[in-house]
Design a binder for this molecule. Structure first.
Ligand code: PGA
Length: 252
């Protein structure tokens, strides 16, 4: 079986000024400088990427953004392009987060374009999928997530697919303190992997699938022990140096 390299990604959402990001980066690097068996990335607001480039570009911690417009330049007021992210040393970009799907009304067609353009530019997309509580209670969670995965990856060939990272984030577990049980998370991630196999054949074994939703230093080990969970997308617990560094240690 293919060995997938674990990935822990922090998603700061709309938190941290540039100065706060600098303080974090300095402290964090010191604590995780010896972690070579896990990929680590901090996905920051656009306004903090410049200082992260200064602090982290030469380190083993990768830099990521939380969104990107699916055109390389043009008349798109207020938007940020992939080449702009590359210029700030980003290697990852979070796409299709449930908060953007809900508040910014992003749909699967738009997200699929972003994923495609990110890959063409050499950015690694972290594509977020996940069901809400009503779908879960109706027993429709897997069918819904399956269709998100199929629609969002529709435009990709096998060489592009193997670079994608999927983050399974049940909406009811985000920021609520309610984590899916490790078994439920595994069941969904395994369902996602079989969906990927339908699209990409054996390449599905190479694609990293993360779990997200109230992941903390205290529950990461159980999640990482599951065969189809290759890491985590971490919101709240990525904001503090001590907690995020501990979470990474506990993930190893
Ligand atoms: P949380 O957020 O860890 O604060 O639940 C996860 C996410 O939305 O990426």
């Amino acid at each position: 079986m293919t060995k997938r390299r674990p990935l822990i990604a922090g998603n700061w959402k709309m938190h941290k000024t540039a100065q706060e990001a600098r303080d974090f980066a300095m402290g964090f690097q010191e604590k995780v400088g010896d972690v070579t068996d896990i990929d680590m990335v901090v996905c920051a607001p656009f306004t903090a990427l410049h200082v992260l480039k200064e602090e982290l570009e030469e380190s083993i911690v990768h830099i990521g953004a939380q969104n990107m417009y699916p055109e390389v330049k043009g008349a798109y007021t207020g938007e940020v392009s992939g080449p702009m992210l590359l210029d700030l040393a980003c290697t990852y970009v979070v796409l299709g987060h449930s908060e953007r799907r809900e508040y910014l009304k992003e749909d699967d067609g738009f997200i699929a374009k972003k994923v495609k353009v990110a890959l063409e530019l050499g950015l690694i997309p972290i594509l977020c999928v996940g069901e809400n509580l009503a779908l879960r209670e109706d027993g429709k969670a897997l069918a819904f997530v399956r269709s998100q995965v199929e629609k969002d990856l529709m435009e990709l060939g096998p060489d592009e697919l193997r670079k994608v990272v999927i983050a399974y984030e049940p909406i009811w577990a985000i920021g609520t303190g309610k984590t899916a049980s490790a078994q439920d998370a595994q069941e969904m991630c395994s369902g996602i992997r079989s969906t990927l196999a339908g699209i990409a054949g054996s390449v599905a074994q190479e694609i990293r699938i993360l779990y997200g939703g109230s992941v903390k230093s205290g529950n990461i080990a159980d999640l990482m022990a599951q065969p189809d969970i290759d890491g985590a997308l971490v919101g709240g617990a990525s904001l503090e140096v001590q907690e995020f560094a501990q979470l990474i240690q506990n993930a190893r």
